[in-house]
Ligand binder design. Structure first.
Ligand SMILES: Cc1ncc(COP(=O)(O)O)c(C=O)c1O
Length: 354
């Protein structure tokens, strides 16, 4: 069983924070030799896509702590929200099911991609209860409505799992990276690039690196409008996460965090959330051809496109580290078994034209 780097750094937290072990060990840190040659700078990847062979990517890190607390509190049901193809919703459904928890998803429409359609089928396969609202605002209102009713058996998880408790998983990830660098498993990067949506990954990572004494910039490549993904919001989440950790273990140092700690790259969003861009598709193609790594166009391709643009603007300034946040466990065969006729009516229509 994997022991989180957070508990190595602050052993008292192991007694204070409930955890459902989902990760299968520290994720590998690997050089990207071909991509480095193409980009003219040393590039490495942190393989969080391999965080779990059940369903990996960035979500299991957050869910370890969220589901750990849900179980400790005796909850039976998980309720969360997101766009129609939410990876967070899928990760919650899959890992929740393995722990005996059912999941209800409050969804809203997003641009259709093959990943989105596949995820919808997987919600069905893994037994999620689904409701599709016409807009994000309506989905959020429904989520809040259920939350206000305070059903005692239900655990409400914000979009992306980016509560302070979820971000704790990425504090541990930052400490894990620092440990790998200290052990000589890779060079100290000039900057880390990660997709920035609900910001739990970026905020937690930066905080974890700072707690390890590593002042390494973490560039959050915005995949949602800046009204949501911005430095102030990341700072706020990081502060609340640090407060949670310090309340659980006062030996966690009180860091002075500032908005400058959370650099947001606004340059890759394109027309909007979930809308593929030429730069993202080129980044996807490059990593697939040269390194055999699969990205998707909504998050990871835009994050890697941000790294490519950075490398172009600052020739030779490396090494750079790409944080791979998309699950790479194969689930297509399970999606293929799902008959869309069994989906809720509001979702069925998306499959009629296929
Ligand atoms: C594959 C992938 N990468 C990155 C992110 C963004 O992470 P965060 O919401 O912590 O900013 C998400 C969020 O849903 C995701 O699904």
């Amino acid at each position: 069983m994997n022991h989180p780097a957070l508990f190595d750094a602050f052993p008292a937290l192991a007694q204070r924070l409930a955890r459902a072990p989902l990760l299968e060990g520290p994720t590998p840190l690997q050089p990207l030799a071909q991509a480095s040659q193409s980009l003219g700078v040393e590039v490495w990847v942190k393989r969080d896509d391999l965080s779990s062979t059940v369903y990996g990517g960035n979500k299991p890190r957050k869910l370890e702590f969220i589901l750990g607390r849900a179980l400790a509190e005796g909850r039976r049901e998980l309720v969360t929200m997101g766009a129609m193809g939410t990876n967070h919703g899928l990760a919650t459904t899959i890992h929740g099911q393995r722990l005996g928890l059912t999941t209800s998803l409050e969804l809203f429409p997003q641009p259709l991609t093959s990943v989105v359609l596949r995820n919808i089928k997987l919600f069905q396969h893994f037994g999620a209860r689904i409701n599709l609202s016409p807009t994000m605002e309506r989905a959020f209102l429904r989520f809040r409505y259920w939350q206000r009713l305070r059903r005692p058996g239900a655990c409400f998880i914000p979009a992306g799992g980016s509560s302070p408790l979820g971000a704790v998983g990425y504090v541990s990830a930052g400490l894990e990276l620092a440990g790998q660098l200290a052990a000589g498993q890779g060079p100290r990067p000039q900057a880390v690039f990660v997709a920035a949506g609900t910001l739990g990954s970026q905020a937690g990572l930066r905080l974890g690196l700072l707690l390890a004494g590593q002042d390494i910039p973490v560039i959050g490549v915005a995949v949602v409008p800046l009204a949501a993904a911005n430095a102030k919001a990341a700072l706020n989440l990081a502060r609340r996460t640090l407060a949670l950790l310090r309340a659980a273990d006062p030996s966690v140092p009180e860091l002075t965090l500032a908005a400058e700690d959370f650099v947001i790259d606004p340059g890759q969003l394109g027309p909007g959330y979930g809308q593929p861009t030429p730069a993202a598709l080129a980044a996807m193609d490059l990593l697939s051809r040269q390194e055999g790594l699969s990205l998707e166009p909504t998050y990871t391709a835009k994050a890697f496109a941000g790294l490519c643009a950075w490398a172009q603007e600052r020739p030779g300034q490396g090494p750079l580290l790409f944080w791979h946040t998309y699950n790479s466990a194969r689930l297509d065969h399970l999606a293929d078994q799902v008959d869309p006729a069994g989906l809720p009516e509001a979702l069925r229509k998306y499959f009629l034209a296929q």
